[in-house]
Design a binder for this molecule. Structure first.
Ligand SMILES: Cc1ncc(C[n+]2csc(CCOP(=O)(O)OP(=O)(O)O)c2C)c(N)n1
Length: 322
């Protein structure tokens, strides 16, 4: 089902929010206001937004180390996200999780995860829970091409396919796992081809085309809700930034490769699509949207700065294991 004009505008706003939020997070990380490590999703925004636009609030997602986009696309609160990155008490994890550990169960965001491939098995448990609850909920996993080589990928897809769990596995194929090219680690170009081994559909889609991602995800979600089991959706995309925002981070990727993907900006593509389809969308409208988004990001920084650091004596609160 194609996205309505209203939904397309909402998608554009979310994509621009991810980009502006991360540009600010990167700057603040470089200038020392944000601790830990920050991995940017810039360039891949169409995947999170296209998939999450096909979901309901109570559908559940799990993310990975590059998780800001997934959180924003599922409806997370920017203020609490920025406060978490700043390590402040009003952050999602009271400032103790940082960039890679944001969760909000109220919107079905089960959590980001710094363990490559870790989310795959957790979300498969969520898929089983959804099936047992019998309320039509689906569970979705976002993971990279690097994670698709982890054992948890194979174990999870096997059990989800065998039990026909209501799930969508979304591989964000950006061709690099940290500084290793997928050419070095995959004999098969398409991760989706592995779906045949589990007897489930494997679909390849242009991950920089949010409308194409949305349509593919909508179909897979309908299949899951109908009790027909999981789909492996592979979105071909690219991250614009180095693996992390750490100052001086090595980036071995060829400059021409980066430039060729930057020329296929997913946000610009949607702007162009809107102008073409509706003939009424204007640069001025996009500028107004961007002004709004920038104001929301600024407000999130002000919220974070106004929040205190957690008290040292709270270090062991919310720790569930010895
Ligand atoms: C189990 C494990 N091994 C290694 C790492 C170090 N590491 C962090 S991100 C990453 C690459 C992940 O690549 P991919 O899954 O393709 O995701 P992308 O970064 O491209 O989004 C690696 C190897 C880790 N965090 N966890």
């Amino acid at each position: 089902m194609p996205a309505s004009p209203e939904l397309q505008r909402q998608m554009l706003r979310q994509m621009q929010t991810i980009r502006r939020f991360e540009e600010r997070a990167s700057d603040d990380y470089q200038n020392g206001a944000i601790y830990g490590v920050v991995h940017c999703y810039i360039g891949e925004e169409a995947v999170a937004v296209g998939v999450c636009s096909a979901l309901n609030n109570d559908d559940q997602i799990i993310s990975n180390h590059r998780g800001h986009g997934h959180c924003i696309a599922k409806g997370a609160d920017l203020n609490r996200m920025m406060a978490e990155l700043y390590g402040r008490q009003d952050g999602y994890c009271k400032g103790k999780g940082g960039s890679m550990h944001i969760a909000d169960f109220s919107i079905g965001m089960l959590g980001a995860n710094g363990i490559v491939g870790g989310g795959l098995s957790i979300v498969t448990g969520a898929g089983l829970a959804a099936q047992m609850a019998g309320q039509g909920r689906v569970a979705v996993c976002f993971f990279g091409d690097g994670a698709s080589n982890a054992g948890s990928f194979h174990e999870s897809l096997n059990i989800a396919a065998s039990w026909k769990l209501p799930m969508l596995y979304v591989c964000e194929h950006n061709s690099w796992a940290a500084n290793t090219s997928s050419v070095m680690t995959h004999a098969q170009t398409d991760v989706a081809g592995r779906a045949a081994g589990y007897g489930i559909p494997g679909v390849v889609v242009d991950g920089n085309d949010v409308l194409a991602v949305y349509e593919a995800a909508t179909e897979a979600v309908a299949r899951a809700r109908a009790g027909e089991g999981p789909t492996l959706l592979e979105c071909k995309t690219y991250r614009w930034r180095a693996h992390t925002e750490r100052p001086g981070a090595v980036d071995p990727r060829p400059a021409e490769e980066i430039a060729s993907w930057m020329a296929r900006d997913p946000i610009q593509k949607l702007v162009d699509d809107l102008k073409q389809q509706q003939g009424q969308y204007s640069d001025a409208e996009f500028q107004a949207l961007d002004d709004d988004v920038m104001a929301a990001v600024e407000a999130s920084v002000a919220f974070a700065e106004a929040s205190p650091f957690p008290a040292p004596e709270a270090a062991l609160d919310d720790v569930f294991a010895d």
